[in-house]
Design a protein around this ligand. Sequence first.
Ligand SMILES: [Zn+2]
Length: 340
Amino acid sequence: MRGLAIALLAALAAKGAFAQRNFESEINAALESAKTAAGFEFTGTLARICLLPQSGGEDTSDRLPAYIADPSKVPPRDTWYAEPAKVFDNLYFVGGKIHSSWALTTREGIILFDTIYPYNSEELIVGGMKKLGLDPKTIKYVLISHAHGDHIGGAEMLQTRYGVRVVMGGPDWDAVARHPNRYKTMAPKRDIVATDGMKITLGELTVTIWLTPGHTPGTMSYTFTVLDRGKPVNVAYSGGTAFNFVNNTPDPGIRNFQTYIDSQKHMAEKAAAVGATVLLSNHSEFDNAYNKNRMLAGRGDGPHPYELGSDMVQRYFRVMQGCARAAQITLEQRVAESKR
Ligand SMILES: [Zn+2]
């Protein structure tokens, strides 16, 4: 009797009866979990990574960007210009409509997060700081979340002009060195290589860097504390979002999605550990910075529009995980179908 049961089980296993997965329902569950987590707060992130078709992979070419090769290709100013804004007592927005740059002020100088494009860093960052009464000469550190032209664009200019220290993930420093044309006018000299848990301290403030590879192999995210009318508020800054790694073939796509998912879990843990109630990004599409800056003007005695609470900050990382997992399952499905 027992022998028969074992033989039956073996036959079923050989037919794959136990291995059969319902990929459609797994994908739907992952998408549903991302959608639920997004609520009304993170619809931009949801649209970008759950709905829109992803670029198939990483750009490995070394082409001069169109906006460097031909100044007439620079997007018109009204598509990117945004007013600078004081967001917290010691954190200022000096970015554009779509891409953000943030200046964290300390008594010893400024830590700047991201530098937008080469064609608008001068007006938005240098000009924006001056408009807000900040002196760009006091920038001490520039942290580049990842080496894409919309974030590293002003790093070479700031390093050359003000002698700032530039911090970036190792693989992204390597990417800059490998692509002299792609990073023309945007390539700071290799400086500080970020490590996981590295602390950048200036004056009374410390920014902790967390390595979150995925969007690029060197993507960095951060935790730090700002002040809102004197009250300390903890921030989680997410440094890379879209799936612009190779993701259209199971190998290495499945692995790349896993790296991305693991990074979101890592960052969610760090955000929880510091009790982060604010989620910042380098794109307004993901953290609504552009709209929130305008809401700030009418804040009065109300809550700070950037303060979401720690649960909502955690939900941001669940959106990223759910969307990545759904895309990863489609690749797993392809592997399963190819074996049939
Ligand atoms: Zn990017």
